[in-house]
Design a protein around this ligand. Structure first.
Ligand code: C2E
Ligand code: CA
Ligand code: CA
Length: 405
């Protein structure tokens, strides 16, 4: 049967909450929390029931993103067409970035995305959301912050036609003050809008399941271009490529990468694959196999956006990484905030104990560089050295910068 599985109706005055989640037990948890707070809450498990229950009195929608038939993204579109005025809370087991992108998509459709609930959530988080949003009246989406929507067709075409380029940001060894590698950062050359930055489209590509295809475009591009970049003394540079968590599902991934590396005559150890700490934690069980094989084939492995310190290090000690990248938020706060400083110092210490080299990203000042030097960090990357550069500018930089001597 497909009708609302549970509904309570206290006073007619109270705001109405409408939940859609294919997992009935999630709906039950929400209903009982709402009941405790004396809120009117209806739970549905499929799109048809949801749309039936969507009366104008609904002030808060809680929506699961990943559902088997009609997913949350499609539903957001439907709500956009209906010019729905309710506040929307998105729920998902994906990482924050996916939630954030979906939220941004919602806003671009004129919807009022008011919050996120990352699964598995704890009861206090849920209660917090209900307390904050269920009681407020219907809210108008704010017009100023509406980003220009990126259309799905545009994205599909972009991947098909490979409308992407890599900008490269130098990575400098602190002990020698020399560039040793480059991180490739993708940009979309949009035919009308010009350069579009990855935070505006990576999450969308993940949702559209096109991220794998982008991954291959980027790896091929990076491997084909790296050969032309050297220091003035002719020393070749390494290239670091950002890898999506999705690649960690493909058991053939290591072999496919190795084939490309060989085809382009790049030594495997000149390629570093960066994988974010959050996707590593999420994928740990099936990732270890793939990651070990990447290492066995000679490629390097960097843990990107690292910052949760000691606790995570315990979990990650079996990941066969060669490098750890300290997230830029910690670098930017390490001189003003004690906890950020401690994370940076401890991370460097433990990483070295585990035989990993440490790269700090987002270094913007001489002071930050000195602090990192004193604390035995190995490598730095950031605006202080150079912004990410398009290929012609990188050639100029390599010809003139003291770091490239
Ligand atoms: P990330 O891997 O953490 O990359 C570092 C980001 O910080 C880049 O933003 C870079 O431009 C920026 N950045 C570098 N130095 C500084 C600095 O000194 N200060 C500040 N404030 N920022 C700095 P970008 O290029 O916009 O990339 C954003 C994110 O998009 C990347 O974060 C990465 O997670 C993702 N990304 C980029 N390229 C790819 C790709 O080819 N594939 C995948 N899957 N993700 C990518
Ligand atoms: Ca990175
Ligand atoms: Ca990073």
């Amino acid at each position: 049967m497909g009708t609302a599985i549970e509904s309570i109706e206290p006073g007619a005055e109270s705001p109405r909450i409408l939940v859609i989640d294919d997992e009935a037990d999630v709906g039950e948890i929400i209903v009982s929390a709402a009941q405790e707070m004396n809120l009117d809450c209806t739970v549905t498990t499929n799109a048809a029931d949801f749309l039936k229950a969507l009366v104008p009195e609904v002030t808060l929608i809680m929506m699961d993103l990943a559902m088997p038939e009609t997913d949350g993204i499609e539903l957001l579109r439907v709500l956009g067409k209906k010019q729905c005025k309710a506040g929307i809370v998105l729920m998902s087991g994906f990482d924050r970035r996916v939630l954030e992108t979906a939220e941004q998509l919602g806003r671009s459709l004129g919807l009022s995305a008011v919050g996120q609930l990352q699964k598995p959530f704890r009861l206090p988080e849920l209660e917090d959301i209900l307390r904050t949003h269920a009681s407020s009246k219907t809210s108008e989406p704010s017009a100023q912050h509406l980003p220009i929507p990126i259309l799905e067709d545009d994205l599909r075409r972009a991947v098909e036609r490979e409308e992407f380029v890599l900008f490269y940001q130098p990575q400098v060894e602190i002990s020698t003050n020399r560039v040793i590698g480059l991180e490739g950062l993708v940009r979309w050359e949009h035919p009308e809008r010009g350069l579009v930055f990855p935070d505006s489209f990576i999450g969308r590509l993940e949702l559209l399941e096109l991220i794998d295809q982008l991954g291959w475009i980027v790896i091929k591009r990076g491997l084909s271009e790296i050969g032309q970049f050297t220091r003035k003394d002719g020393t070749p540079l390494t290239v670091s490529i950002n890898t999506s968590a999705q690649s960690l599902h493909d058991l053939e991934f290591p072999d496919k990468v190795l084939a490309l590396v060989k085809e382009r005559a790049v030594p495997p150890r000149s390629l570093t694959l960066e994988i974010t700490e959050s996707s590593l934690i999420r994928e740990l069980s099936n990732a270890l196999d793939i990651l070990s094989r990447l290492r066995m084939k000679g490629m390097q492995l960097s843990i990107d956006d690292f910052g949760t310190g000691y606790a995570m290090m315990q979990q990650l000690r079996y990941v066969p990484a060669t490098e750890l990248k300290i997230d830029k938020t910690f670098v930017q706060e390490m001189q003003s905030k004690v906890d950020a400083r401690v994370v940076v110092q401890k991370t460097i210490e433990i990483a070295h104990d585990l035989g990993l080299r440490v790269l700090a990203e987002g270094v913007e000042t001489q002071e930050q560089l000195e602090f990192l030097r004193i604390n035995h960090c190995d490598l730095v990357q950031g605006y202080f050295i150079s912004r990410p550069l398009p290929v012609p500018k990188l050639h100029e930089w390599l010809a003139t910068s003291p770091y490239a001597a």
